[in-house]
Design a protein around this ligand. Structure first.
Ligand code: TYD
Length: 135
C-alpha cells in the first residue's frame, strides 16, 4: 500500500454446500478493539460518501455486498482500493483522508470503528488536514 499504515486483511472464509461464512475478531483480524459499527447502503448511483479524516479514529471496511472504491490520502500519497469481496477487510489508520465512490447497486459497506461517535474527532477541511498531516 502507498498510503501510510493502510493495509488489506484477509478474513477467514468457511464454505460448504450450505454457503459461506466469514468472521472477524478484535485485536486478531481487526488491529484495534471494535467499539462501534455502522454501515452504508442504498447509495444512489454516482454518490460519494466520506470526504474527511479523523484525528484519532481507526476504521476497518468490509464490502458485505457489492463493490465500491475507498480513496485514501495520508497528506503525501494517494491511492484507491476496490473492495468487492466480503472476506477482505481494509484497515485505515487515523489521519487518513478518505472518500468512498463507485458504489454498485445494492452495495453494503460495513465499517468497524475504534471509538464511539465523536463529531469533534472529524477533520472536514482538507487544507487543515494537510497542515496537520504534514506537521
Ligand atoms: P458522516 O460520517 O458524515 O457520513 P459519511 O462519512 O458517510 O459521509 O455521517 C453522516 C451523519 O450520520 C452525520 O450526521 C453524523 C451521523 N453519524 C452518527 O450519528 N453516528 C455514526 O456512528 C456515524 C458514522 C455517523
Amino acid at each position: 500500500m502507498n498510503v501510510a499504515g493502510v493495509r488489506t486483511i484477509s478474513l477467514p472464509k468457511i464454505s460448504d454446500p450450505r454457503g459461506s461464512l466469514s468472521f472477524l475478531e478484535s485485536n486478531l483480524h481487526v488491529p484495534f478493539v471494535v467499539r462501534r459499527a455502522y454501515w452504508i447502503y442504498d447509495v444512489p448511483g454516482g454518490e460519494v460518501r466520506g470526504g474527511h479524516a479523523y484525528r484519532s479514529l481507526e476504521e476497518f471496511f468490509v464490502a458485505l455486498s457489492g463493490s465500491f472504491d475507498v480513496v485514501l490520502d495520508d497528506g503525501r500519497r494517494k491511492e484507491s482500493v476496490s473492495l468487492n469481496r466480503s472476506y477482505f477487510g481494509l484497515y485505515v489508520p487515523r489521519m487518513t483522508w478518505r472518500h468512498l465512490e463507485n458504489f454498485s447497486t445494492n452495495a453494503v459497506c460495513l465499517i468497524l470503528a475504534s471509538s464511539h461517535y465523536q463529531e469533534d474527532d472529524y477533520l472536514r477541511d482538507y487544507e487543515q488536514f494537510l497542515r496537520d498531516a504534514r506537521s
